[in-house]
Design a protein around this ligand. Structure first.
Ligand code: ATP
Length: 267
């Protein structure tokens, strides 16, 4: 598969701390790529360099082979690098549908001041995005009244509404119950394949990672110490020692077993 997104030697230093040390990886269309590692490993720093919130000290980010290093988050967003936003960043008093419409207005570069007339804008596209995540029936409810798991689905619809080619998801299932978490990740995986979206995600829950990632990058102290298929990463002695431990390895094994049973493994 050709690379949709490529990180080449991304490095970032904060004073004496090397937060990311020549991090390189590629992401293919439709691929679920997980980035895991202990606290302070450099996951957020790497995400921020890819998403444009942080300029790398060195290294490049390529989108479809074009150099997009150092572009603003808004410029990257227009080129198709989207991300999910945390619940606090959605507007709780607006309806679910209005929240998605708002994202579409912003994606189209339309002015927020036109909101009064904007209520009619993009409604169909917003409803389509909500339907895809199973939330069409909640379109006209105030966002504040949704259960937490449903808010997470709306966040996904908001990200999808802009038709991203790459989706950055920083802990998409944080705070969710195990069952809801598995369902959300399965949904993301199905949509990513169907729309050829490359998904880069971080996640502390090893069950979710090993059940849904096509490939896994393991970051320790700013460096990628392992990268590959979930089976290979689980068996990597360095990954077990530096991060998974026995409990994590067991959780990973269980998730991989369940995956074989449910969907016959990876494509
Ligand atoms: N703005 C900053 N200023 C100074 N140091 C920073 C800054 N951002 C990150 N760091 C340091 O860089 C290193 C990597 O941090 P980063 O947040 O990228 O790790 P992480 O893998 O996302 O961790 P976590 O899983 O806890 O979110 C850490 O040592 C952190 O303290």
């Amino acid at each position: 598969m050709s690379a949709l997104l490529e990180a080449r030697g991304l490095s970032k230093r904060f004073g004496g701390v090397v937060a990311a040390d020549a991090v390189s990886f590629s992401l293919a269309p439709g691929e679920m790529l997980a980035m895991i590692g202990p606290n302070g490993a450099g996951k957020s720093t790497t995400f921020a360099m890819v998403g444009g919130q942080l300029a790398p000290d060195s290294g490049r980010v390529l989108l479809d082979g074009a150099d997009v290093t150092g572009l603003s988050p808004a410029a990257l967003f227009r080129r198709g690098i989207g991300r999910t936003f945390q619940v606090a960043q959605t507007f709780a008093t607006m309806t679910v549908c209005e929240n998605v419409q708002m994202a579409l207005l912003s994606a189209a570069g339309e002015v927020f001041g036109l909101w009064r007339t904007a209520r009619a804008r993009h409604r169909e596209a917003a409803l389509e995005a909500l339907a895809r995540v199973g939330m069409a029936q909640a379109a006209d409810r105030p966002t504040a009244t949704l259960a937490y798991g449903d808010v997470k689905r709306v966040e996904l619809a908001i990200a999808l509404a802009a038709r991203p080619r790459v989706l950055l998801m920083d802990e998409p299932t944080a705070g969710m119950a195990a069952q809801e978490r598995a369902e959300l990740m399965a949904l993301v995986r199905t949509i990513a394949r169907e729309r050829a979206i490359g998904v880069l995600f971080t996640e502390h829950d090893m069950g979710a990672v090993f059940a849904h990632a096509d490939r896994i990058l393991v970051l320790v102290r700013g460096e990628i110490v392992a990268a590959g298929a979930p089976e290979a990463v689980r068996e990597d002695a360095r990954v077990r020692a530096a991060y998974l431990g026995e409990t994590g390895a067991r959780t990973a094994a269980q998730a991989l077993d369940a995956r074989e049973t449910h969907d016959g493994g990876r494509p």
